[in-house]
Write a protein that binds this ligand. Structure first.
Ligand SMILES: NC(=O)C1=CN([C@@H]2O[C@H](COP(=O)(O)OP(=O)(O)OC[C@H]3O[C@@H](n4cnc5c(N)ncnc54)[C@H](OP(=O)(O)O)[C@@H]3O)[C@@H](O)[C@H]2O)C=CC1
Ligand SMILES: Nc1c(N[C@@H]2O[C@H](COP(=O)(O)O)[C@@H](O)[C@H]2O)[nH]c(=O)[nH]c1=O
Ligand SMILES: [Zn+2]
Length: 333
């Protein structure tokens, strides 16, 4: 129904406000509709805080309590049925006397996965499921990939020169050689702040001594993940400072990395390089999105950028004061 789409669209817009603070929880949007008017809205609070339905119903209770039981609740994700950090939202909906609930998509989390819908229906609530399902899943693409595919959502990111290199052949100092400008760097820090993990290979750690933080942007630092196949990375390196946690992995195989990160409850990871590490994920077809920056610089020789396959599907191009950022998704063809 067209009217359902309108309100679920509003739920999706609300849900976007809750990210990345809600992670590793999904961010959800909820609206209460009475006589074709929205009387209350809510979205998921920062991790551990109230869910969207709780915030929405609390607003209605404070303003128009008499209308709650006569309203329809729209919610982008199935209300939870379990005790997590907060009580089950399905119970709150039932106790509030709400008789109609329209749900965007089912929750893939094993402890819910239809149990919230069942609970509502058993209490006599009229439930509609599956409105703008794909769009509702897209907002929580990290959460859905993690639970459905048992691996983190993977974003590849690198910066290459205008002539296709990611690093020069030689360098004077143990620090990154910048290809892109300071505005691009700030955008990279924003992108880092949206993910739970950031991963680089051993050679990158040795040659760049990267920090891998979000210092030019507000928001949390992701957990740093480094591949150290020799088990000898010096503890004085920046990645071992106390600005963010760091996980050291011994195995460079992308499949094993995914398994390990799943175990650490890391729902998303930005893979920043180097070329060998990125190529491993590309060749294993274990990635979801890619952000490739191209700067104005040229190197005479050096490490070539990873080879893109036919799976790279261009989604957008933006220009950042001379730099270019191309974003891709992976298609299975
Ligand atoms: N422009 C950009 O966006 C980026 C550029 N870079 C650049 O990329 C370069 C590195 O890329 P690349 O060479 O492909 O390597 P990676 O950073 O992808 O690391 C993988 C390599 O590191 C080796 N390695 C892992 N652990 C250790 C260790 N403890 N000691 C020594 N070697 C180890 C691996 O060897 P094995 O598997 O055989 O054990 C493998 O050859 C750097 O110069 C960096 O500046 C890096 C990131 C981004
Ligand atoms: N040189 C280069 C990048 N390099 C990446 O950034 C890392 C350094 O991170 P940090 O120490 O936090 O500043 C480095 O190891 C590599 O992964 N990134 C870019 O967007 N543009 C660039 O030109
Ligand atoms: Zn809930």
């Amino acid at each position: 129904m067209k009217i359902h789409n309108t309100y679920i669209k509003r739920c999706i817009a609300l849900a976007k406000n809750g990210l990345p603070a809600a992670m590793p929880n999904p961010s959800v949007g909820a609206v209460l509709v009475h006589n074709d008017s929205i009387i209350a809205e809510g979205y998921t609070s920062a991790y551990g805080g109230p869910h969207a339905e709780v915030n929405c119903i609390a607003f209605a209770k404070a303003n128009t309590p008499e209308l709650i039981a006569k309203s329809t609740l729209y919610v982008s994700l199935e209300p939870c049925s379990h005790w997590g950090k907060t009580p089950p939202c399905a119970d709150l909906v039932i106790d509030s006397g709400i008789k109609r609930v329209v749900i965007g998509t089912i929750d893939p989390f094993a402890k819910v996965a239809g149990a919230g819908i069942k609970k509502l229906m058993q209490a006599g609530v009229d439930v509609t499921v599956g409105v703008l399902e794909k769009e509702c899943q897209e907002v929580n693409k990290r959460f859905f990939t993690y639970h459905n595919e048992k691996r983190p959502f993977i974003i590849l990111k690198w910066a290459e020169t205008a002539n296709g290199f990611i690093a020069p052949a030689t360098r004077d100092k143990q620090e990154p050689v910048w290809i892109t400008n300071t505005l691009s760097r700030q955008l990279v820090h924003k992108l880092r702040s949206e993910e739970m993990g950031i991963l680089v290979g051993g050679k990158t750690v040795i040659e760049d001594n990267p920090t891998l933080t979000t210092r030019d942007w507000h928001g949390s630092n992701p957990t740093r993940i480094v591949i150290d196949t020799q088990g000898n990375l010096p503890k004085e390196l920046h990645i071992f400072n106390n600005e963010a946690p760091t996980i050291v992995l011994k195995d460079s195989d992308p499949k094993s990395i995914c398994k390990e990160l799943f175990g650490h409850n890391i729902q998303s990871v930005i893979v920043e390089g180097g070329a060998a590490t990125l190529q491993g994920f590309i060749d294993a077809a274990l990635w979801d999105e890619a952000s490739i920056f191209t700067g104005l610089t040229n190197f005479n020789a050096g490490i070539k950028a990873p080879k893109k396959t036919s799976q790279f599907t261009l989604q957008s191009t933006q220009h950042i004061k001379g730099d270019r950022l191309d974003t891709y998704t992976r298609s299975d063809s």
